[in-house]
Design a protein around this ligand. Sequence first.
Ligand SMILES: Cc1cc2nc3c(=O)[nH]c(=O)nc-3n(C[C@H](O)[C@H](O)[C@H](O)COP(=O)(O)OP(=O)(O)OC[C@H]3O[C@@H](n4cnc5c(N)ncnc54)[C@H](O)[C@@H]3O)c2cc1C
Length: 546
Amino acid sequence: MADRAGHSPREAPPQWLSHSRAYRELPQALLLGDSGRVYSGGGLFLHAFYRAIRAEPVGKAQKFMPRKIVVIGGGIAGLSAALSAARRGFAVTLLEKNAFLGGKLHERRIGPYRFDAGPSLITFTHFFEAALGAGKLTFLKVEPHTHYFFADGLSLTLFHEAERQAEELRTKLGAQAVQNWSRYLAYAKRLYERAAPVFLELPIHHLRTLVKSPLFWKHLPYLPLIDGYRSMHAAAEKILAYPPLVQIADRYATFVGGNPYRLPATFHLISWVENGLGNHHVKGGLYQIVRAFEQALGAAGVTIYTETPALRIQVRKAPPHLVETPQGPLEADALIIATDHTYAQQNLLGRKLQRLPKQSLSGLVFLWGVRGSSPFGHHNILFSSNYAEEFQAIQEGRLDYDPTVYVCISARTDPADAPQGCENWFVLLNVPPLGDRWKAEDTASFRERAIQRIRKVWPEFGPERIEVEEVITPAHWAALHNSTGGSLYGMAPEGIWAAFRRPANRDPLIRGIYYAGGTVHPGGGLPLSLRSGEIAVRLAEQDFPT
Ligand SMILES: Cc1cc2nc3c(=O)[nH]c(=O)nc-3n(C[C@H](O)[C@H](O)[C@H](O)COP(=O)(O)OP(=O)(O)OC[C@H]3O[C@@H](n4cnc5c(N)ncnc54)[C@H](O)[C@@H]3O)c2cc1C
């Protein structure tokens, strides 16, 4: 596994960025005893119903002065929660365990190459503009937005522009495929318009808040029409018929870490988000988002402690609660936990889970500086020969499958990301969330399979073209960000109640504790994680009016 210069890819958690902050002294105080609660589940329907009726503030809202919020976790959700809370008049402290902010949204610079080392594409740009102000980031629409390569040699390119899309499908698959695709996009748009406003804007587990919202009443008649009873795959087969188009549509399940054979068809709305609303890159790299948040948080007066993990939360009968850190405890009227939800339940709140929620996909990432000029565009999917078998294997935690390979080359849009004559490849494979059970030989084996898959499209490719390399495994995601099993999106979204089964943004039992992030409502991905931070703050504001 050594590169041309004899270097081995790094297996130890990389020392990501260098802009660590000095510790500041935290105030000392006595700590209280642990509350040690038991967390229980239940049947799906009962569970959703229980959440709906219990997930209201415990006790009456009281006025506290000053209202202090501590945000735990400096990923996109924590950054968004901290900014939103500061703007609503709370005194905000943010704790991040790592030396850098951004969580999974990070970048790597290796020699002359720059890589987006986590998320690689942006949707819902208006969420970012609303949070940071217009013009703080430059969004570049990627067109064509994705190049698909199938196991049988077919390739298809997806465009935002309808005319170019029709031409591509007509040439490669025929006139009927053009019609089917346009019918599919109209269907995805309808799902988006019916479901997205309620699921993205409102805290759906909080009945009292929900019924007060005119948005909820406006969309209520459409909610039975969001195609929640069949799987994404079944809907795609019915509407699209052409296997390559079905495989493309199925892939949108992976945007939320899901399995298209188990996820309700409602999730085809994601397809509209990419094809209709747009797939974007951020000029200078996606980490510009974190830099813009850092600036805004500084201006809003948020106190940030990096390299400061929250160790435990000491729950009192009523707020303020205490957050234990290596430097001493911090008191908070409201606590927004923006870490992996399962990790937080077990490790921060000391709850005993009756069973560990099944986790969504993890990812194996190779960052490769590649010499030469490949036939690839900015976003490329090299499909495996048997998608159903790939998801089945991942579902069962097996590693013996032919993986689909995603290659992102941001230098196609941002040429400064790679030296001339070379390309910066972010290569991602879907793998099971095995956490620290992931082994070096698993990495080696998948690396070989990825190279073989790439060679089917670009026969001149081989390890000798890889000039620099770094690897990020499920074990790294677990260790770096406390993601359970290295899962990228928390609990696996499955079945008709998928959206309701996601953890709520307000703790059902403890007043003053809220949740944000890709592992809770409304779901994974940067824009939704950002929204979750804002939703959590809105709930805190209801309970602690400023
Ligand atoms: C490889 C990959 C590709 C992806 N691709 C895309 C994409 O293209 N587009 C997209 O929109 N999304 C994508 N995603 C998903 C997206 O990155 C996540 O959904 C989102 O970043 C989650 O943000 P978060 O703030 O909820 O969690 P995280 O980013 O995990 O942040 C949680 C933070 O909490 C910190 N923390 C944990 N425990 C503690 C503690 N005890 N005390 C203090 N701090 C703590 C962690 O260090 C971390 O910084 C991708 C994710 C990955 C990994």
